[in-house]
Design a protein around this ligand. Structure first.
Ligand SMILES: Nc1ncnc2c1ncn2[C@@H]1O[C@H](COP(=O)(O)OP(=O)(O)OP(=O)(O)O)[C@@H](O)[C@H]1O
Ligand SMILES: [Mg+2]
Length: 217
């Protein structure tokens, strides 16, 4: 049987053999072709391209609306679409609330991914009203307050985030709630005081009374 060329497989779960080395080789081959998204079953692996790719424009958003995940190449918009369809109960399943978890190391692209995911969900819910657009604009404002420059990321989110979107029957986006949850690695960032931006200092000053003495030292 002919071997599939490296980087051509959209869903690594379909490979007959899967281990860390194979995963890394496949991801590297795709990354070299500016293909940053890859599935492993229901999970989407997103690599940070560190440059603007032409894959988030209006046409792309349209292509990933109410479609089947396997028809289009892997994309964060497809995850939004799957979650949205599952929430509505498209295809006969009962409608259910959905949860998407975005994780990765600092600078991996979690905040960017969350932004893209929400913008596609708004797009899917036909949320074009001024209110919905304004809701989307709140995120950068909250990020600006909680963010700091670190060695890993010029614009690092210092808080984990829980973002809740509620849809009314329609279904239109009704409300979007942001909640800063935990503070990430306090000790690590306090060590960086003096080299960091004023945003960092504000965050540090506000949260420092909550930290224990050892991590401030
Ligand atoms: N899909 C993308 N396309 C283009 N640039 C991206 C993408 N994802 C991330 N980046 C770039 O990488 C930078 C870091 O990404 P981001 O702030 O999302 O990381 P993060 O995972 O949220 O990090 P932290 O945990 O430190 O907050 C962004 O400011 C952006 O310049
Ligand atoms: Mg972030």
């Amino acid at each position: 049987m002919a071997k599939t060329e490296k980087g051509c497989v959209d869903d690594l779960a379909t490979l007959s053999e899967l281990n860390e080395e194979i995963i890394l080789q496949e991801l590297q081959a795709r990354y070299k072709q500016d293909v940053i998204y890859t599935y492993v079953g229901d999970i989407l692996i997103a690599l940070n391209p560190f440059k603007r790719l032409e894959i988030y424009h209006k046409n792309a958003a349209e292509r990933y609306k109410m479609t089947q995940k396997s028809i289009q190449p892997p994309h964060i918009f497809a995850i939004a679409d799957s979650a949205y369809q599952a929430m509505l109960g498209v295809g006969g399943a009962s409608p259910k609330s959905q949860c998407c978890v975005i994780s990765g190391e600092s600078g991996a692209g979690k905040t960017e991914s969350a932004k893209l995911l929400i913008s596609q969900l708004v797009e899917l819910s036909r949320g074009t009203s001024q209110l919905e657009q304004q809701i989307l604009q709140v995120n950068p404002l909250l990020e600006a307050f909680g963010n700091a420059q670190t060695l890993m990321n010029d614009n690092s989110s210092r808080f984990g985030k829980y973002i809740q979107l509620k849809f009314q029957q329609g279904p239109w986006l009704l409300v979007l709630r942001f909640l800063n949850t935990f503070w990430k690695n306090p000790a690590l960032y306090v060590k960086a005081v003096g080299r960091r931006t004023s945003t960092f200092s504000i965050t540090c000053l506000l949260v420092s009374p909550l930290m224990n003495k050892t991590s401030m030292d």
